[in-house]
Design a protein around this ligand. Structure first.
Ligand code: SF4
Length: 293
């Protein structure tokens, strides 16, 4: 099987078989994201995906986890996805779960019944990029969804029985918008109440100066490591979740925190952030050269 690169998956899908059912991202207009700039979005013909699935099932018949790529397979028609999921279920009898990225507008475009059909076929976990809960910032970065639509999309997936792994991007609002970005993002995450939550930290592409001046403009200034900690604190202190695994272990973050559950570990998370805010000794934060996407 040959992949169409670039290919992305969440770190937690490192042990999953990956099938590209769509190529690229159907939106592909977020200013901070260059992931699929080189690809034109399309749903791959079923016969091509079928060939991949059958081929892989002959090599790895006891696979338990499958991840559907690229950017947002939920954009594909439901009857097409049903055919793909049925085939995966038939070919991998030990299958436990299927996961994928999902954009809020594509979730909104599906009915709850459609999402339930996917859930019945073991599509179980959606990685939902909230990025920010601040409406002004969502517009400015071209996300193509409002905070309300993001909450509605996430809630709809949960109501259909799917699990949601949400993430926000620290630094998206720059220095000036840091506080509003953190507080509004916490409000949106609370509105969804996902099972998993992670932060990433903005890594500007192609570089910091071009991102500040040409991409965002209007005096936008990137946050520094200390501000990313402050922003993380503002965000975490407002979280009111009922049972959520929380982590900042993504390689883009300055302060990796793993294995926490909210609300139980909220005080411990805040304690670690406060310690990092006052402890400037080497090794406290991930060095710039070790950060990556
Ligand atoms: S929707 Fe996601 S994958 Fe598509 S451009 Fe925006 S951030 Fe990138």
């Amino acid at each position: 099987m040959e992949y169409d690169f670039p290919l992305f998956r969440p770190p937690s899908e490192a042990r999953s078989l990956i099938f590209q059912v769509t190529l690229g991202c159907s939106w592909n207009r977020c200013l901070f994201c260059a992931s699929y700039r080189t690809k034109e979005f399309r749903v791959r013909p079923f016969e091509e995906v079928e060939r991949d699935i059958v081929g892989m099932s002959e090599c790895y018949p006891s696979a338990r986890r499958v991840f559907l790529a690229d950017g947002d397979p939920v954009a594909a028609p439901t009857d097409y996805l049903v055919r793909v999921l049925d085939l995966i279920n038939r070919r991998f009898p030990s299958l436990e779960r299927i996961s994928t990225y999902a954009g809020p507008t594509n979730l909104m475009a599906k009915t709850r019944e459609e999402l339930e059909q996917l859930k019945e076929r073991k599509l179980d976990l959606l990685y939902l990029g909230i990025e920010t809960g601040n409406d002004e910032l969502l517009k400015r970065v071209g996300k193509g969804a409002t905070a309300g639509q993001i909450v509605d999309g996430g809630r709809k997936a949960l109501q259909a029985g799917l699990r949601v792994s949400a993430f926000i991007i620290l630094g998206l609002g720059g220095m000036e918008g840091s506080h509003d970005h953190a507080k509004d993002s916490a409000r949106v995450v609370n509105g969804i109440d996902p099972q998993y939550l992670a932060t990433l930290t903005l890594i500007p592409l192609p570089d910091a100066r071009i991102y500040e001046e040409r991409v965002m403009g209007h005096g936008f200034r990137l946050i520094d490591p200390a501000q990313s900690l402050q922003e993380l604190r503002w965000f975490v202190e407002d979280l009111e979740l009922t049972g959520c695994k929380f982590g900042t272990e993504h390689a883009s973050n300055y302060l990796p925190i793993t294995g926490m559950t909210l609300p139980r570990d909220k005080d411990e998370i805040l304690r670690r952030i406060d310690k990092a805010l006052t402890d400037v000794s080497p090794g406290t934060l991930r060095p710039e050269w070790m950060r990556g996407l």
